[in-house]
Design a protein around this ligand. Structure first.
Ligand SMILES: O=C(O)C(=O)C[C@]1(C(=O)O)C=C[C@@H](O)C=C1
Length: 390
């Protein structure tokens, strides 16, 4: 009976929030049910195995303070109360949440999400109207004064907030928190991995994405659209930029923005990891508010170089249209017009996005986080931290 319960639960994974918002409730309930069962059975070994399985299955919304790979049943039961419902929120990431390797592997996975999102967005024309505030009188009639994209963000985030997305330390809304509803479920109690902070870089992300990235990655689709319209007798202003796919374009924009936001705010985990491994190196620069020195400490040029090379390879692999008989000379664009098969996206545009925006902003978040890292601590606490006495 016990293992049947486990099997019933196992297929319910939430490794990707975007596709699993609705699963969250049943997952959580399943989790409660499981741990009640474990508590009743008193089977320590099976409980440990399940803890390990849960760590594997739910990487995004819960985290483990007792990594499956390193705990024995003795330490597990000594160091944490497995039967406490808080365990639900302790599988946030597999392994040590502050290991630079595991943090960087999350950043690597997000590269794929971002590249595929950009490839999708590049199928549509720029559609600048959707980024202009007040461009849709229909939204004004609904009492909304922002842009079409901001409306999409708000409506999406209202739903996700109800599923307590923004209670997770790696999730940040674009909409002001005051305009979002409370979760319908009771809060999860996340272990304190990050130092308390209110850093949210989403305004900057939205600005560079809409002003620099979208025009760049949609250039080919926009030009192909203009040529197609001219062939159909549409000339001048009407031929350019707008293919009317406002809903499709904004839906993808939301997905890409959420992935970039998660990536950039992961800088907080990177920063905490670097700080905690050598507090004495950071403390003087935090105290003297020296941004440059802090940036120098967190910057790893070789990591950045390898990332950009890897990124280029990934885009060059994912971008071309691959057919069983070899590459096709043309492919169908969003409105049926033909575009050359030069790849689905401009590789340099994606690399530039990382080089000029995503990495620099991640570093800014890292430094901002460090600058707050000693807030509220007295001299004695700072001294203990300096000596790694924690
Ligand atoms: O991996 C790190 O150490 C990070 O700090 C992340 C990151 C990045 O944004 O990818 C930022 C700064 C470093 O120079 C290298 C990489």
């Amino acid at each position: 009976m016990f293992s049947q319960e486990v099997e019933d639960f196992m297929p319910t994974t939430i490794s990707n929030y975007e596709s699993a918002a609705c699963t969250l409730g049943s997952y959580t309930n399943g989790n409660i049910r499981l741990f009640e069962l474990i508590a009743n059975s008193g089977e320590a070994r099976e409980a440990l195995a399940i803890n390990s399985a849960l760590s594997e299955t739910s990487t995004e919304y819960t985290r483990s303070s007792t990594p499956a790979t390193t705990t024995s049943s003795t330490t597990l039961f000594k160091s944490s109360n497995l039967f406490d419902l808080d365990i639900m929120s302790q599988n946030f990431m597999t392994g040590d949440p502050l290991s630079l390797d595991s943090i960087r592997s999350v950043l690597g996975r997000l590269e794929d999400t971002i590249i595929f999102g950009l490839i999708e967005r590049a199928q549509f024309a720029h559609n600048p109207r959707i980024y202009q505030r007040g461009a849709f009188k229909e939204l004004e009639q609904l009492g909304f004064s922002g842009s079409w994209l901001e409306w999409f963000l708000k409506e999406t985030e209202i739903f996700h907030a109800k599923a307590r997305r923004y209670t997770s330390p790696d999730q940040y809304p674009f909409t002001p928190a005051s305009e979002l509803p409370k979760p319908v479920l009771p809060p999860l109690h996340f272990p304190d991995i990050l130092f308390p902070n209110d850093i949210n870089a989403n305004k900057s992300i939205l600005s560079f994405y809409t002003r620099a990235i979208v025009p760049r990655i949609t250039r080919r689709a926009t030009l192909a659209l203009a040529a197609h319209k001219r062939q159909n007798g549409i000339y001048g202003d009407g031929e350019f930029e707008d293919d009317g796919n406002y809903g499709s374009a904004a839906t993808i924009d939301v997905e890409v923005l959420q992935a970039i936001s998660k990536r950039v705010h992961y800088g907080k985990f990177v920063s905490e990891s670097k700080f905690i491994s050598n507090p004495a190196a950071f403390i003087p620069h935090i105290q003297s508010r020296d941004r440059e020195a802090l940036e120098a400490l967190i910057t790893k040029p070789e990591v950045e170089r390898k990332l950009l090379v890897r990124l280029q390879k990934k885009v060059d692999t994912y971008s071309p249209d691959i057919t069983a008989d070899g590459d096709s000379p043309t492919v169908n664009g969003a409105n049926g017009y033909k575009k050359p098969n030069g790849g689905k996206i401009d590789t340099d545009g994606v690399v530039e996005l990382y080089e000029s925006y995503i990495i620099p902003l991640t570093k800014e978040v890292e430094v901002d986080y460090l600058l707050r890292r000693l807030d509220g601590m007295d001299e004695e606490m700072i001294e203990r931290l300096r000596n790694k006495d924690f």
